[in-house]
Design a protein around this ligand. Structure first.
Ligand SMILES: [Zn+2]
Length: 277
């Protein structure tokens, strides 16, 4: 547990890797998944901010049939995720990606939204370049987060899978050791930096937040003219500028599809995350 808290804070404090309440981490031990609680910040996380879950019960969700209606499905999924918490954890709410954390076989999982990696995941040619640079990694086309994402990956993640790239979102790494996570992250950052024309400039061009790149930009910045004037909004705007610049090395930026933006805007789980920040 000490390891988990230590690397969570370390990665969570690096604004190049994750901003605001984004990103999450987990550990598996004796059939229990300890996953970051929704809405808390990685940079200041304490042991008690992790939610202890029965891994078998959590993974059983993948065998259930869910309604096709968005609202009904998300409500039932949320209730089932809640029911997989261990006794004593009732008041906590696990990360929206808890089920996906459970799918990896390795002990530790690290999920980040680095601007540089998102230059690739938000690049028009991101998928092709990812396959070329990281042939063993799994690439997932932009899709709804939470249940839909985990279900989509349930038969793709195998015992050897240690890297999953999510289009317009971020990256997951899995390893038996914290050092293994570090290696995966470092390796990816180096490979991506080698594709850039040079250092990222201090002054970056303006971006349109009506066309957000990732869920973070929607959750912490809002969409459209009514942008909240907060520190987070500023940081996330800067993040969007960087992604925009990085993505030029991957055939140009590709914002989120409108259908996904609308889903995230109306998703109860994300409004919960936003309230916690
Ligand atoms: Zn994420």
């Amino acid at each position: 547990m000490k390891n988990l808290v230590e690397f969570s804070r370390r990665y969570g404090s690096d604004p190049e890797l994750v901003l605001a309440g984004g990103g999450n981490t987990s550990m598996k031990e004796n059939g229990i998944l300890y996953v970051k609680g929704s809405g808390c910040s990685l940079s200041t996380i304490e042991e008690e901010n992790f939610v202890a879950m029965n891994l078998e019960k959590l993974l059983a969700i993948l065998n259930k049939e869910y309604p096709t209606d968005d609202k009904e499905r998300e409500a039932q999924f949320l209730a089932d995720v809640g029911a997989a918490k261990l006794p004593g954890e009732e008041k906590k709410r696990p990360s929206v990606e808890a089920l996906l954390h459970g799918l990896f076989r390795q002990r530790y999982v690290l999920h980040l939204h680095p601007a540089l990696v998102n230059g690739l995941t938000c690049g028009k040619d991101g998928k092709r370049i990812a396959e070329e640079l990281f042939p063993k990694a799994i690439w997932v086309d932009a899709c709804r987060p939470g249940y839909t994402l985990a279900k989509l990956l349930s038969d793709r993640i195998g015992p050897e899978t240690d890297t999953v790239l999510l289009q317009n979102h971020g990256v997951f790494y899995a390893s038996e050791t914290p050092e293994g996570l570090e290696k995966l992250l470092e390796g990816m950052m180096t490979a991506l930096k080698n594709r850039l024309p040079g250092e990222i400039p201090e002054k970056l061009e303006e971006v349109e937040l009506s066309k957000p790149f990732t869920p973070d930009h929607i959750v912490y910045c809002g969409v459209g003219p009514e942008l909240p004037n907060t520190v987070n909004a500023h940081l996330l705007y800067r993040d969007a500028q960087k992604i925009n610049w990085y993505a030029k090395s991957f055939s140009g930026p590709l914002p989120l599809e409108k259908e996904l933006v609308d889903f995230i805007l109306n998703w109860e789980a994300e409004s919960y995350r936003k309230k916690q920040s």
